[in-house]
Ligand binder design. Structure first.
Ligand code: FAD
Length: 322
């Protein structure tokens, strides 16, 4: 009999995040013949999103709807996940390594008396073991981890495990589980988003990131234009954030977001080790810098030595023609 694999989904503004579908694909890598049970928390109206999890490979889905789950709190979601985990007794629990995943999973793992493998970038089968590969030392090395007994509990880094094809002909049961979510000590009154509209940085396939070389908030405008024609998002180095050219929510690096897009364009960024920690695992890196000795060229697949204020508009114009 196959394993039971519980996937905790995540939505933003009523839309499931892509990492939810990646987590379903990750569950299938643990056991291709296993039963994937999707799970969603929220205050109301989750059935459509639960159905979407089924289209992406879940066999069935469980929703927990409660007024105390309107916005994420570790207390509220923790209670919901614990209730479903106790009811379902899964062999594995998988979630995205997102801000919520990073906060929620250690709490649930400790309550379930289980280990946790965080931030896995791939899952392989080796000698009957499920091996989780995760970057360490800010992406300079990778370690392989295996859980030898008990519950397999892991988070996966967004943008690394390819989701399965959406298949709207798939069917599966969506059930609502009653959970009395109580004793919430933290009340979220309002959520004020600082991040720009558009593509989510941590899930973007293309990122155009600017550094101190961009020189001003105004200087970021051509980067936004390039990101738009590429269908990508804009990121930044801490240098640019510290200089107040952009918001800290765009910061990529050791103390910012860790990203692994298909294409990362580093513009006017020197390539400090702390910045590389957040982007060096990107699939293709293009660096644009006027200093040919800049460290960013050591990690770049393609380098353009030149003035970003000439290169970026020229690049945008060329790409528009395609
Ligand atoms: P700079 O190092 O000043 O580089 C600017 C680059 O722009 C230069 O290479 C220059 O040649 C180029 N340039 C200038 N003008 C042009 C032009 N017209 N055309 C083309 N190129 C041009 N940094 C992060 O990014 N993320 C982090 O998470 C992070 N965490 C940190 C944590 C700690 C504990 C510490 C100590 C530091 C951290 N830093 C982080 C800061 C990091 O060390 C660097 O200071 C920072 O990354 C530098 O940003 P930068 O590359 O934009 O600026």
């Amino acid at each position: 009999m196959g394993k039971k694999l519980l996937v905790i989904g995540e939505a933003r503004d009523g839309v499931l995040r892509n990492v939810t579908f990646e987590a379903i694909a990750a569950a299938k890598k643990i056991d291709a013949d296993g039963e994937v049970v999707g799970m969603l928390c929220g205050d109301t109206g989750l059935s459509e999103q639960a159905q979407e999890m089924i289209y992406y490979g879940a066999d069935r889905a469980v929703t927990v709807e409660h007024e105390n789950l309107k916005t994420y709190t570790s207390e509220g979601y923790g209670q919901a996940v614990m209730a479903v985990a106790e009811d379902e007794s899964p062999d594995a629990i998988i979630m995205g390594h997102t801000a919520i995943g990073k906060d929620l999973t250690p709490k649930v793992a400790s309550k379930l008396d289980s280990g946790l493998i965080s931030d896995a970038t791939s899952i392989e089968q080796e000698d009957d073991n499920t091996v989780f590969v995760r970057p360490i030392y800010s992406g300079k090395a990778f370690e392989k981890k295996v859980i030898t007994s008990g519950l397999t509990f892991a988070t996966i880094r967004p943008n690394n495990i390819k989701p399965l094809e959406r298949d709207a002909s798939r069917s599966g049961e969506v059930t609502e589980q009653e959970v009395d979510v109580k004793d919430i000590r933290t009340v979220i009154k309002d959520v004020i988003r600082k991040a720009s509209e558009g593509v989510d940085l941590s899930e973007a396939n293309v990122i155009v990131a600017g550094g101190r070389g961009v020189k001003s908030e105004e200087g970021f405008k051509p980067l936004y234009e390039l990101a738009e024609v590429l269908g990508g998002a804009v990121g930044a180095s801490r240098g640019a954030c510290d200089a107040e050219y952009c918001d800290y929510s765009l910061q990529i690096g050791q103390t910012g977001k860790v990203v692994t897009p298909d294409l990362y364009i580093a513009v006017g960024i020197s390539g400090a080790i702390q910045h590389l920690a957040g982007m060096s695992n990107s699939k293709v890196i293009v660096a644009i810098n006027k200093d040919p000795e800049s460290n960013i060229f050591n990690v770049a697949d393609y380098g353009i030595v030149g003035d970003l204020f000439e290169v970026i508009p020229a690049l945008t114009e060329e790409i528009k023609k395609v």
